[in-house]
Design a protein around this ligand. Structure first.
Ligand SMILES: *Cc1c(COP(=O)(O)O)cnc(C)c1O
Length: 387
């Protein structure tokens, strides 16, 4: 990116129309017109780059994608209706029956279900490594292994994986290296710099940042995005122009919002760490965090997710959630509103108890998505609920 991140996020926008609007307009149109029969033929033959139909592209989705592409240092991208449709379509476009993947076992709940329940229907199998056993990855690689997949920081246990190290392993074995960068956002972390071939986001989270719309995006190497684009253009998981318009506006404020999210989250983490009713706290930029050095190497700030365990197990955890007065109990994260969840009984309830323990999802684990309310009010609410 030539200009600074914040400047590009605001100033990179589609060309103005004849009305010279200052703020980017919304193009709610399903299709676009052709000048004549020849224009129509050439457009469908892709001899010219233009919008034909909003399942393929639309000015608003293109603008949103282009911003993420430059923020991530990617070559190209495609926007999806949700984060899950981005993940599903990316894998479905790139894998064939009989292929194999290696994934960290600590991934988003629906991603885990996709890999373990649905991909095997097409004879695509996944082998898992644990966050702390990166040294075992090479033993899992087979002759038909195509992809190495991770999230970092992980959801909901907030572990950090060394992107550069994994990128080196992927390269050595000729694997595509795909990173779900949802928790960090392109403002805090750009996995392509550390060797990722593709980066996926759920734009529903911090990219929207206000709990309004769903969205997803995959960016990376142009030849891979081309495959993903052709698959998606024919299967129809495209982002709506309205959501793209909302999300592109959200990107204008991503840096300031995420700065404050991270500042609040660090204070919440420090408060919890000092509290007698808390067993442990995980936050990447806490000095006590086991992967503090890796987090500092690859992230600008620690993100907005804090995980901790309330002393007293599942009952104490539930009492804590029920006593909250300001913080919401909700399934989302990355909202202006602080959100508290109990993963073991909600997002990760489909995992077996053994799988949950292996991924660090203890019964009493609480995940806080720290919002933008005044820090004193957030801490006051947590404090009264803990007591
Ligand atoms: C929420 C989330 C997803 C899925 O995104 P949706 O927009 O809800 O489909 C994928 N990965 C991570 C890490 C997430 O937090």
């Amino acid at each position: 990116m030539s200009k600074q991140f914040e400047t590009e996020a605001i100033r990179q926008q589609m060309e103005r129309s004849q009305y010279l609007e200052h703020s980017v307009p919304l193009y709610l149109t399903s299709s676009f017109v052709f000048e004549d029969a020849e224009d129509m033929r050439a457009s469908f033959a892709e001899e010219k780059q233009r919008n034909l139909y909003s399942r393929f592209s639309n000015p608003n989705t293109t603008e949103f994608v282009n911003k993420i592409v430059s923020m991530e240092g990617a070559e190209d991208g495609y926007a999806f209706a949700t984060g899950m449709s981005a993940i599903y379509s990316t894998f479905a476009a790139l894998l064939n029956a009989g292929d194999h993947m290696v994934s960290c076992n600590s991934v988003f709940g629906s991603t885990h279900t996709l890999f373990t329940k649905y991909f095997p229907k097409w004879n695509i199998e996944t082998s898992y490594f644990k966050v702390h056993e990166v040294d075992k990855i090479e033993h899992l690689i087979q002759s038909n292994t195509k992809i190495l997949y991770i999230e970092t920081p992980t959801n909901p246990a907030v572990d950090v994986l060394d992107i550069q190290l994994l990128g080196t392993i992927a390269k050595k074995h000729n694997l595509l290296f795909i990173v779900d960068n949802c928790f960090a956002t392109p403002y805090l972390q750009q996995p392509i710099k550390f060797g990722a071939d593709l980066v996926i986001h759920s734009a529903t989270k911090l990219i929207d940042g206000q709990g309004r719309v769903l969205g997803g995006v995959t960016v990376g190497k142009a030849e891979l995005i081309r495959e993903i684009y052709l698959f998606s253009r024919n299967t129809g998981p495209a982002m709506s122009p309205f959501n793209a318009w909302v999300l592109s506006k959200s990107l204008e404020t991503l840096a300031v919002r995420v700065d404050r999210h991270c500042e609040n989250a660090l204070q919440v983490a420090e408060f919890l760490e000092a509290h007698e009713k808390v067993n442990f706290v995980k936050y990447p930029f806490l000095k006590s965090y086991p992967h503090y050095i890796i987090a500092k190497k690859q992230m600008k700030l620690g993100g907005n997710i804090v995980a901790f365990e309330v002393r007293g197990g599942i009952e104490a955890g539930r009492n804590f959630l029920n006593a909250l007065k300001i913080c919401s109990l909700s399934a989302n994260l990355g909202d202006t509103r602080t959100i508290v969840t109990h993963p073991a009984s909600t997002t990760h309830s489909k995992l077996s108890e053994e799988e949950r323990l292996e991924t660090g999802i203890l019964d009493g684990l609480v995940r806080v998505s720290v919002g933008l309310e005044h820090i004193n009010d957030i801490i006051e609410d947590l404090k009264q609920a803990l007591s």
